[in-house]
Ligand binder design. Structure first.
Ligand code: SAH
Length: 233
């Protein structure tokens, strides 16, 4: 695939994503520049392909290969109309915290982002990853970024309604709870499907009318039940 190119720096990674047209927007580029992927993805952080985030040894044995998805920044771009200072975002399946950090830079000052992740170890890991950078550490302290443990399919109503919801794992069916937690207006970027998955863009307009648009085929890890994971391990 065209986005599979390696680089030796964060700047190089971003340049590759732009060169291949995966990202086109300067605002997203600036946000990405503020987040060093090496803090989140210890192995080959600057290769623009999915990277394991530290739990692969355990997780891949059970076919649970957790990744920082290369489409993350593209998702940020798709949500951009609903981002900006003061906006509220929900990042479902926040994993390493990488995309949560990128999105946080797209809502400051004044905005908030909740990263919801169902595996406690990944909540702890993402928090530790974010603390590697004093700016992100400050965002955790002042509440700009909040990492919570929970089933992302149910969202996090306490933090909503949200201007934008990013879902970083594929839902088997469109989760109504997430649509309910969208602000009017608001937008959700979500992969839906099983064997065959597609990105859907869900827009809620000012009157609360919901429009769902099927966009392009993708391959994400599934949104699952955390209990299954614990039982297998
Ligand atoms: N965007 C993330 C990576 C997402 S990988 C990053 O930048 O690192 C998908 C994530 O979804 C994994 O961390 C997985 O544990 C999480 N996940 C899967 N099912 C979930 C569920 N039901 N609720 C919350 N998180 C879930």
């Amino acid at each position: 695939m065209s986005w599979r190119c390696s680089s030796t720096s964060n700047e190089g990674l971003i340049a590759n994503l732009f060169r291949h047209g995966l990202i086109k927007n300067d605002t997203v580029r600036e946000a990405m520049r503020k987040v060093d992927r090496a803090h989140f993805s210890p192995i080959m952080p600057y290769e623009d392909s999915p990277q394991g985030i530290g739990y692969n040894a355990t997780i891949s044995d059970h076919n649970w290969f957790i990744k920082t998805h290369p489409l993350g920044p593209k998702a940020a771009e798709a949500l951009l109309d609903r981002l900006g200072p003061g906006k509220k975002v929900l990042d479902v399946g926040s994993g390493s915290g990488y995309l949560t950090a990128v999105l946080a830079h797209l809502v400051t000052p004044g905005g908030t982002i909740v990263g919801i992740e169902h595996i406690q170890q990944l909540c702890d890991l993402s928090t530790a990853n974010l603390k590697k950078d004093p700016v992100h550490s400050g965002m955790l302290q002042d509440g700009t970024i909040k990492i919570v443990r929970g089933d992302g399919r149910l969202g996090y109503p306490e933090g909503g309604p949200y201007d934008a919801i990013h879902v970083g794992a594929a839902a088997s069916i469109m989760p109504q709870a997430l649509i309910d937690q969208l602000k009017a207006p608001g937008r959700m970027f979500i992969p839906v499907g099983g064997f065959s998955q597609y990105i859907w863009q869900v827009d809620k307009d000012e009157e609360g009318n919901v429009k769902k648009e099927k966009q392009y085929g993708v391959l994400y890890v599934p949104l699952t039940d955390a209990k299954e994971f614990r039982d297998e391990n």
